[in-house]
Design a protein around this ligand. Structure first.
Ligand SMILES: [Cu+2]
Length: 195
C-alpha cells in the first residue's frame, strides 16, 4: 500500500508542476490503477478463487462445495451442500487448519482467528475472521446460498482463506458462546484450495 500511495502523490505533483503533462482523465485512470494495486496486496487480487470440496465426517451425510471469490475488498462465498435434515440450521466457519483428516474433523483446529478476537456474529465486530452466517437447509435438506463478507481475502492478505478449511456443525451457532458459538460436533469439512 505504501508504494502505491507514493505513486499517487508523485503523479499528482507531476501534473501540477507541468501544465498539460496529461489530461485529468489519464490522471484519474492512473490513480485508480495504483489504488487497486494496493487493494491486491491487502486483500488479494480481484478474481482470485479458492474452493473447498466438502466431505462428511463419520456418521454424517453432509457434502458438497464451497467457493470463495475475491472481488475488490469483498469476498463472495457460494455454498452448495446436501445431506441435511430438512429445515435444520447449522454453524458454519472457516477453521484455522487445512486438515480434515480426523473422522470427527477436529484436525481442522479452532476458528480461523488471526486477530485474536472473541467469537461473535459475522455482521458486527468483534468476531473471528472465520465466523460466517449460519446455514439453513431447505425442505430437501439442501443449502444453496451466496453471501459476501469484507473481512476475508483469497490468495494473499492477513485473512487469506487458502490453506484453511470450512467446517459445518450439527447445531446453529448462537453467535455469542465462547469460543465457538455452542454449535456442536462437526458434520462436514473441506480444505480450501486456491484455484
Ligand atoms: Cu466451526
Amino acid at each position: 500500500m505504501g508504494r502505491s500511495t507514493i505513486r499517487v502523490a508523485l503523479l499528482a505533483a507531476g501534473c501540477a508542476a507541468l501544465a498539460g503533462c496529461q489530461t485529468m482523465r489519464d490522471t484519474a485512470d492512473s490513480v485508480g490503477t495504483a489504488v487497486s494495486n494496493g487493494w491486491d496486496k491487502l486483500w488479494g487480487s480481484s478474481g482470485n478463487v479458492a474452493v473447498a470440496e466438502v466431505k462428511p465426517t463419520q456418521g454424517s451425510t453432509v457434502s458438497g462445495k464451497v467457493e470463495f471469490k475475491q472481488s475488490g475488498s469483498v469476498v463472495r462465498v457460494s455454498v452448495d451442500l446436501t445431506g441435511f435434515a430438512p429445515g435444520s440450521g447449522h454453524g458454519f466457519h472457516v477453521h484455522e487448519r487445512g486438515d480434515c483428516s480426523a473422522p470427527d474433523a477436529m484436525s481442522a483446529g479452532g476458528h480461523f482467528n488471526p486477530e485474536g478476537a472473541a467469537h461473535g456474529s459475522f455482521d458486527h465486530p468483534p468476531h473471528h475472521a472465520g465466523d460466517l452466517p449460519n446455514l439453513k437447509a431447505d425442505d430437501k435438506g439442501q443449502v444453496h446460498t451466496t453471501f459476501e463478507v469484507t473481512y476475508l481475502s483469497v490468495g494473499s492478505g492477513g485473512s487469506d482463506v487458502a490453506g484453511r478449511s470450512v467446517v459445518v456443525h450439527r447445531d446453529a451457532d448462537d453467535y455469542k458462546s465462547q469460543p465457538a458459538g455452542n454449535s456442536g460436533p462437526r458434520l462436514a469439512c473441506g480444505v480450501i484450495v486456491e484455484k
